[in-house]
Design a protein around this ligand. Structure first.
Ligand SMILES: *[C@@H]1O[C@H](CO)[C@@H](O)[C@H](O)[C@H]1NC(C)=O
Ligand SMILES: *[C@@H]1O[C@H](CO)[C@@H](O)[C@H](O)[C@H]1NC(C)=O
Ligand SMILES: *[C@@H]1O[C@H](CO)[C@@H](O)[C@H](O)[C@H]1NC(C)=O
Ligand SMILES: *[C@@H]1O[C@H](CO)[C@@H](O)[C@H](O)[C@H]1NC(C)=O
Ligand SMILES: *[C@@H]1O[C@H](CO)[C@@H](O)[C@H](O)[C@H]1NC(C)=O
Ligand SMILES: *[C@@H]1O[C@H](CO)[C@@H](O)[C@H](O)[C@H]1NC(C)=O
Ligand SMILES: *[C@@H]1O[C@H](CO)[C@@H](O)[C@H](O)[C@H]1NC(C)=O
Length: 480
């Protein structure tokens, strides 16, 4: 108990002296998410002090209780319509997903922001969510004020990289997308009134992925001969260019002083050309050096973003790949919490700490049986890929080079793992074969999934830790 107490005090001190406002996005669109208590350990052991969620999962929030980590809870886009039309719905959302957790003080969850929608203004969504966003944000704000939390918890709206743009890629010509013009004015008025910052995604990766004309060095913060001039200002990297385009858009709209939080920024490691661990490492190191230098950008010198959230903490094998196969590979860590490369996220050393005591399914894989007639195997594999994650097989991916029929085995295995290694999920009309020999080749890893069926016992451990912290708090309270 004494050891626990001193660890707890140490943690409190450590997080108080951490001044760098670097956080991570923690998404859970995975077939087998790493258990919440393991993720919270991962955050703590890497001294990550802020986390942005995409929903308000009770198990995740319980695991974050007492951690002193600053949390952004998220409202999924699908809830925006009902939150716009009903104050009552907003009140119960706030009651269930905010009040309940913040009211327990230090043993509760330190919720700093409610993110209304997940990039609801993305151009590809059209008008699906757009009309409900401001109404939903206002109702959440009112609900927070009713329970006297409006000063503590800020309401924000995460905006995708395509909400702002510029002519001829000149940052000084930045403006919001014309179809959002009215909504942005409403949003900025709302945010200013409540002293909330503007949450925006900056995406050098997607911009370079879509525009082959941008040099990779420029995107990766490397020395480059291809700097861009905008009047007398010189842009040496894609981040500054994107950020200042947003700064100009805010000024054009009449809000030049608006605080900016970079809500999502990162570099994927698979599923596309230039999406590699080494490019991601270079990008992240460049970004961290840039943020630590506090130099800001040409339009906001010495005035860097107030907070920056890395996208993402972990890979998620069920994320939508509408925008590209790289979408499932944004993690600094793999799906099972192992660092893909090393970078100082504020932990003070280059080495990241991996998740500990991760529980896996058995060391078994499903491969194609080479002794069978494989004329229909490709069709079976494509079928498997509609539920399993085959994104590493795409051009530029880590498994793109493995030959036929190894690529069929890759698809079969992912399907088998997603289905918890159930024997009937390695059938494929008699073409599948279960093996205990790891079929991985070179950089192409055939995964073994996480054991998540013990979620009840994990929930138990998590509850136990929670109770320990609660007890410690009571002791502390009596003490001080
Ligand atoms: C949002 O809610 C308000 C209040 O109920 C309603 O008047 C308005 O029509 C709603 N907006 C949309 C786009 O449905
Ligand atoms: C709280 O959030 C969760 C997850 O986002 C959601 O499923 C639930 O409906 C919310 N509660 C209320 C009362 O809206
Ligand atoms: C590519 O970039 C060069 C130099 O920045 C520019 O001259 C050229 O017009 C660009 N081409 C396209 C297709 O954007
Ligand atoms: C909307 O468009 C008008 C006219 O084009 C412009 O003056 C205004 O600044 C724009 N507002 C935003 C938020 O971009
Ligand atoms: C391949 O599929 C076709 C159509 O479903 C079927 O008629 C044929 O018998 C299959 N071939 C083998 C070798 O299983
Ligand atoms: C695939 O093979 C080609 C030629 O051997 C090589 O240049 C390329 O780097 C390989 N790609 C991957 C993703 O391993
Ligand atoms: C496997 O490779 C073969 C030959 O290159 C190709 O026709 C097939 O579509 C690939 N299958 C998958 C699932 O990638």
């Amino acid at each position: 108990m004494l050891l626990n107490l001193s660890l707890f005090l140490l943690f409190l001190t450590a997080s108080n002296i951490t001044v760098q406002a670097i956080g991570v996005n923690w998404g859970t669109t995975s077939s087998h998410p790493l258990p919440p208590d393991k993720v919270v350990e991962l955050l703590k052991s890497n001294k990550i002090t802020k986390v942005k969620l995409f929903d308000a999962d009770p198990l995740v929030l319980q695991a974050l209780s007492g951690s002193n980590i600053g949390v952004t809870v998220g409202i999924p886009n699908s809830m925006l319509k009902s939150l716009n039309s009903s104050k009552k719905v907003a009140e119960s959302w706030v009651h269930d997903n905010v009040t309940r957790y913040v009211s327990s003080g230090n043993s509760g969850v330190r919720i700093e922001y409610v993110a209304v929608g997940d990039e609801p203004f993305q151009q590809s969504y059209g008008e699906q969510y757009h009309p409900f966003v401001i109404g939903a944000a206002m109702n959440i704000q009112t609900a927070l004020a009713r329970v006297s939390l409006a000063n503590q918890v800020k309401v924000v709206v995460p905006c995708s990289y395509d909400t702002f743009q510029s002519e001829s890629s000149l940052p000084s010509k930045g403006h919001f997308r014309p179809d959002l013009n009215k909504t942005m004015t409403e949003l900025l008025t709302f945010l200013t009134k409540h002293h909330s910052p503007f949450f925006a995604t900056i995406s050098p990766f997607i911009i370079s992925h879509r525009n082959k004309n941008i040099s990779l060095d420029f995107s990766l913060f490397k020395e480059t001969k291809h700097s861009r001039n905008d009047g007398h200002r010189t842009y040496k990297n894609s981040f500054d260019l994107g950020y200042d385009t947003l700064v100009s858009a805010l000024s054009t709209a009449g809000f030049p002083e608006m605080d900016v939080v970079v809500a999502k920024i990162g570099w994927p490691t698979d599923g596309a050309a230039n999406a590699t661990p080494s490019a991601a490492e270079t990008f992240m190191k460049g970004l961290m050096d840039h943020l630590h230098s506090k130099s800001g950008t040409p339009l906001r010198p010495r005035n860097p973003p107030i907070e920056t959230y890395i996208f993402s903490l972990l890979d998620e094998d069920q994320r939508s790949i509408v925008n590209g196969n790289f979408e499932r590979h944004w993690g600094v860590f793999t799906f099972d919490g192992q660092a893909k490369y090393n970078v100082d996220l504020g932990q003070g050393s280059k080495n990241l700490v991996n998740a500990q005591y991760v529980e896996y399914l058995s060391s078994k894989w499903c491969v194609v049986n080479n002794n069978k007639d494989l004329s229909n195997a490709t069709a079976s594999a494509l079928d498997a890929c509609s539920t399993a994650d085959c994104s590493a097989l795409s051009p530029g991916g880590s498994c793109f080079n493995i030959s036929w029929p190894a690529n069929i085995s890759y698809a079969f295995n992912n399907y088998y793992q997603v289905h918890d290694q159930r024997a009937d999920s390695c059938d494929f009309g008699g073409l599948g074969l279960i093996t205990t020999v790891d079929p991985s080749v070179g950089n192409c890893r055939f995964p073994v999934e996480l054991r998540t069926s013990h979620s009840e016992s994990l929930y138990g451990t998590c509850l136990l830790q929670w109770m320990i912290l609660l007890t410690i708090n009571t002791i502390l309270h009596d003490f001080l």
